[in-house]
Design a protein around this ligand. Sequence first.
Ligand code: TRP
Length: 356
Amino acid sequence: MPALMAAPLLRAGRQSQRMLLQAIERDPAAFRVLTGDRPTGPLHIGHYFGTLQNRVRLQQAGVELMVLIADYQAVTDRSAPAELPGTVLGLVADYLAVGIDPSRAVVFTHSQVPALNQLLLPFLSLVSISELRRNPTVKSEMAAGGPAAMTGLMFTYPVHQAADILFCHANLVPVGKDQLPHLEVARVIARRFNERYSPDLPYFAEPAALLSAAPLLLGLDGRKMGKSGGNAIPLRATADETARLVAAAKTDSERVISYEPGRRPEVANLLLIAALCLDEPPQTVADKVGGGGAAALKALVTDAVNTAFGPVRARRAELAADPGHLSAVLAAGNEKAGQVAESTLRDVLRLMHHNY
Ligand code: TRP
């Protein structure tokens, strides 16, 4: 099982990560976690090992969990808006199926929590255009589409993400490495807000990052595993769909299966998937397949995934059959997040002397 890893600062050493984990263990109630996913498609096993498993562990440990379905972040890259409600409820089903417990965790969406979004305005006043231009995600989006294709929303998205984190005073954010620069924006905004409006008693705590120790899974085509790329094994896939997806996965023509991530990335990735499902080192899985070749490897991976995710999938099918329940869970989460956001917004406006 991959352990939790924490990175309180971008350059944090192992030592401070260990200290953060010890602090969580000592006093889980002192931590509030905010995590989020963009509603761009069903969650897959990469999400499970990369972040969902950690979220559930934190919840079981007694940490307060806020889970954001970042619908305003998906505005720019959504091609079929009419599919959004189904995608959002699908995410709720994925969360509950893996063990996020709506009686303890708060699951909510951007668009239904107006006070969260209103924090964007004062926060925008705390960062400069050149800082945003230096943000790696903004930079790569700009490079991909050209500056003319960069919308105002995309350009300010790290600031919106800071509002996601700070509205609920989250002090722990489990993220992938690619999200660390965004977290740094949230830390800078918290610091600057405190300096400007609350110098004697800091109002916002600077959130810490929590990184999963699980190695990143590749897609079945050897590229980055993506929600919308068609190269992932969705959590909700049936056993047959899983078999078909794995059968189509890229491998190589070498007969003897070995775990060599550098030289044989696609084979290594399949071994890693099985290893995570079986809770064994990938080398052990490779030894089991030995001279069986790609066909034996794929049969083993299919079995491992179907066995590991069987119970999650059964639960998910039950949940999906009751969309009314999923909507009610989301409505309750939106209501709770709304209360938290309104209270923060009230404090922020008071500290800014906008209280009349
Ligand atoms: N940007 C994140 C992603 O693409 C989703 C997200 C939105 C998020 N707001 C967040 C993650 C706040 C952590 C904290 O997956």
